[in-house]
Design a protein around this ligand. Structure first.
Ligand code: C2E
Ligand code: CA
Ligand code: CA
Ligand code: CA
Length: 278
C-alpha cells in the first residue's frame, strides 16, 4: 500500500555514508522536481460539530503524488522538506490549493472552513502574514474561513517569534488552532498569552478514552480548560461510536477521525457532504 512506499525517503545528517548520501540527494531532487511539477495534492478530512452533526469545516492534509512510488504520506517527505529548507515553498503551495478549493466550495454553496497546517519554519518567515492576507484576497475567501494549525511543539520551540507572527495572522481575522495538544512541552503560559480559537486534543488521549480512565480524565479536564478560555475543543482520532458518545457527554465541541471519514480528495468529499444533507 502507499503507506509503505516511501521507505526510500531518508533524512540523515550524520554518518555521511555514500549510499545514504546519494539516496538523500536523489530524493531531494525528486522532491524539488515534485514541487516544480505540481505533484503535491491535498486530501481533506471533515470536522463534525457534535451537538448539531453539522460539518463546519475540513482539514487539508498534503500528499505527494509521486510518479513512480504512488501516493506518499506526509511522514515520508515532510522531514526531508523541513531539513532541506523547502517548507516555505511547500506551505505556499498547500495554501494556494486549499484556498482555491475553499473558493470552489463556496461557489457551490458549501460554506466550509479549511484548516491548513503550518510548520516551524513558516513561523520564522516574517512575510507569512502579508502573503496569507494577499492569498485570501486573490481567492476571495474571507479570513475567518481559514484556520491555521500550529503544533504545541513548534509553538514552544520559539514562543516569542511564534507569538508575534500568530498575533499578526489573528489580527487579520484568521482562526488559529493548537494542534497535537498535550504532546508537546506543555506550558499553560502560551495559552494565557496567545489568542487561539481551537485546541485540538491529540489522538493519543482520545482514541481509547471510552475504555481508559486516565484518557477520560484528560479529555474531561481539557474540555473544561478550553471552555474556560473561550476556546473550542476538537478531539482528533475518533475511531468509533462509543468514543463519540463519551465526547458528546463530556461536552466536547468537534470531532475528527476515521469514524466519521478518512481524509479524501475534494471531489469525493463533496459527494460525501452532499449525501449527508437531509
Ligand atoms: P495532524 O495535523 O495531526 O493530522 C492528523 C493526522 O491523523 C493525519 O495523518 C490523519 O490522516 C490522521 N488521522 C485522522 N483521523 C484519524 C483517526 O481516527 N485515527 C488515526 N490513527 N489517524 C487519524 P496524515 O495525513 O498522515 O498527516 C500526518 C501529519 O503530517 C499531520 O498530523 C501534520 O502534522 C503533517 N501534515 C499533513 N499535511 C501537512 C501540511 O500541509 N503542512 C504541514 N506543515 N504539515 C502537514
Ligand atoms: Ca493538524
Ligand atoms: Ca493533530
Ligand atoms: Ca499529529
Amino acid at each position: 500500500t502507499a503507506k509503505g512506499d516511501h521507505s526510500g525517503v531518508v533524512v540523515t545528517t550524520s554518518g555521511a555514508h555514500d549510499d545514504t548520501d546519494r539516496q538523500r540527494l536523489t530524493t531531494l531532487e525528486e522532491l524539488r522536481a515534485g514541487l516544480d511539477h505540481g505533484e503535491l495534492i491535498l486530501h481533506y478530512q471533515p470536522q463534525m460539530e457534535i451537538a448539531s452533526g453539522a460539518i463546519p469545516g475540513v482539514e487539508a492534509l498534503v500528499r505527494w503524488n509521486h510518479p513512480t512510488r504512488g501516493l506518499v504520506y506526509p511522514d515520508g517527505f515532510l522531514p526531508l522538506a523541513e531539513h532541506a529548507g523547502l517548507m516555505g515553498r511547500l506551505t505556499l503551495q498547500v495554501l494556494e490549493m486549499a484556498l482555491e478549493q475553499s473558493a470552489a466550495w463556496r461557489a457551490a454553496g458549501l460554506d466550509l472552513t479549511v484548516a491548513v497546517n503550518l510548520s516551524a519554519s513558516n513561523l520564522h518567515d516574517p512575510a507569512l502574514p502579508s502573503y496569507v492576507a494577499d492569498a485570501l484576497t486573490r481567492h476571495g475567501v474571507p479570513p475567518a474561513a481559514l484556520h491555521l494549525e500550529i503544533t504545541e511543539e513548534v509553538l514552544m520551540r520559539d514562543a516569542v517569534r511564534a507569538t508575534r507572527v500568530l498575533a499578526e495572522l489573528r489580527a487579520t481575522g484568521i482562526h488559529l488552532a493548537i494542534d497535537d495538544y498535550g504532546t508537546g512541552y506543555s506550558s499553560l503560559a502560551y495559552l494565557h498569552a496567545l489568542p487561539v480559537d481551537d485546541l485540538k486534543l491529540d489522538r493519543a488521549f482520545v482514541t481509547h478514552c471510552d475504555t481508559d480512565t486516565r484518557s477520560a480524565a484528560i479529555v474531561k479536564s481539557t474540555v473544561e480548560l478550553a471552555h474556560n478560555l473561550d476556546m473550542r475543543l476538537i478531539a482528533e482520532g475518533v475511531e468509533n461510536e462509543t468514543v463519540l458518545d463519551r465526547l458528546r457527554e463530556w461536552d466536547c465541541d468537534l470531532v475528527q477521525g476515521y469514524h466519521l471519514s478518512r481524509p479524501q480528495p475534494a471531489d469525493r468529499l463533496t459527494t460525501w457532504l452532499q449525501q449527508r444533507r437531509p
